[in-house]
Design a protein around this ligand. Structure first.
Ligand SMILES: NC(=O)c1ccc[n+]([C@@H]2O[C@H](COP(=O)([O-])OP(=O)(O)OC[C@H]3O[C@@H](n4cnc5c(N)ncnc54)[C@H](OP(=O)(O)O)[C@@H]3O)[C@@H](O)[C@H]2O)c1
Length: 339
């Protein structure tokens, strides 16, 4: 029997998770929740998704002629799991409803870690999420950091991580967000919240991050420096990166910008032009003794999508092992199948 999934919040993340659910052999999309009958609601209609709304919004949907199946509470009672992809802090209010109807829920990185029993990354702590009621998939930047930290930790023990995160200022549709000019230190004093968020998943890691917001919508770029317990070799580092799920190595001689990367994703027909992988520039990987440095891109709108799908499997225990879920998710979404 398929797991029934509802998606509450059909924006940047929610629409992608909803689509990804429809690609899974062991899941069924029960419906999505929209509060406004806007262009995103119309695109959900076009895709044939069942639309639910809030009680207060019913009239507006009727006057726009958009058919709804019911209200949020109807969707909650008809599913096994809700993926809450509402804007940051709205999930905290919704949690009371999920509790009232005894439904499992997956929250996003915009919520405080305390909302869930576990802050989640598929590669690092899948087991900890097994059978839980509430799991939080960490943010796009934290997901990117954790995947790479996991890959480098497979080479040898990591003593510490230092990093610079160049953050995209807004997603494409966020017409009112900036900056449109200038680079903004966010915050000037380290650590940025990303390091703290990594510690919600790996609590004993010595990590410090700086973050700078840049006027771009395409992707984040991270520059990391690891100090390892012992000397390591370039070959081993590259090999581990290449063999870690959801990490893709690209040649900087072929392409060296987030713009080309996103264009390539569109060229090869990725849905929404999405990049689910961390894209590491192989030429940027620098190893000297116990020091490892590297640069990679994180497509903020897409990177957490596979993690949400794995979180559904962990929370419902339809896959007991991380490898099993990651394989299914990655095959269904075409992850690491590029040119
Ligand atoms: N965007 C990213 O790069 C990114 C990456 C990783 C994680 N996240 C996290 O993912 C979460 C969602 O972010 P997002 O970027 O997808 O936001 P978003 O694009 O603003 O989408 C959220 C959607 O939720 C809907 N919504 C608002 N209030 C609601 C309510 N009370 N009940 C149900 N739906 C409501 C809104 O649509 P309507 O009101 O029109 O229905 C909105 O489109 C946040 O926690 C964020 O931090 C975002």
């Amino acid at each position: 029997m398929k797991v029934r999934v509802g998606v509450n919040g059909y924006g940047t993340i929610g629409k992608r998770v909803a689509w990804a659910v429809t690609q899974q052999p062991d899941m069924e999309l029960a419906g999505i929740v929209k509060t406004r009958p806007n262009w995103e609601a119309l695109s959900a209609v076009k895709r044939g998704y069942k639309i639910y709304t809030l009680r207060d919004s019913l009239k507006e949907f009727h006057s726009r002629g958009i058919a709804v199946q019911g209200v949020l509470e109807d969707l909650i009672t008809s599913v096994d799991v809700i993926v809450d992809a509402t804007p940051g802090d709205v999930g905290a209010t919704n949690k009371a409803l999920y509790e009232r109807f005894s439904r499992k829920a997956i929250f996003q990185g915009g919520e405080e870690p305390g909302i869930a029993e576990v802050s989640f990354n598929s590669l690092v702590n899948y087991r900890e999420a097994l059978g839980r009621n509430y799991v939080r998939v960490v943010s796009c930047n934290t997901t990117g950091l954790l995947r790479v930290i996991h890959a480098i930790s497979r080479v040898d023990r990591v003593k510490n991580v230092r990093g610079l995160i160049i953050r995209r200022a807004a997603d494409l549709k966020e017409v009112k967000k900036g900056p449109v000019e200038g680079l903004v230190l966010d915050p000037p004093k380290p650590p940025s919240h990303h390091a703290l968020d990594v510690n919600t998943v790996i609590n004993d890691l010595d990590i410090v991050t700086y973050a700078v917001i840049a006027p771009t919508t395409l992707a984040h770029v991270h520059v990391l420096r690891f100090t390892m317990e012992r000397n390591v070799s370039l070959d081993k580092v590259l090999d581990s990166l290449a063999n870690t799920p959801r990490i893709l190595l690209v040649d900087g001689g072929l392409l060296k910008s987030t713009a080309e990367l996103r264009e390539l994703a569109r060229d090869i027909g990725r849905p929404y032009g999405d990049i689910f992988e961390n894209v590491v520039w192989s030429d940027s990987v620098y190893v000297r003794g116990d020091e490892v440095m590297l640069t990679y891109a994180v497509h903020q709108e897409a990177i957490v999508v596979p993690e949400n799908i794995d979180a559904v499997r962990a929370i419902t225990r339809i896959a007991e092992r991380a490898e099993e879920s990651i394989k299914l998710t990655d095959e269904s979404l075409g992850i690491k199948r590029w040119l």
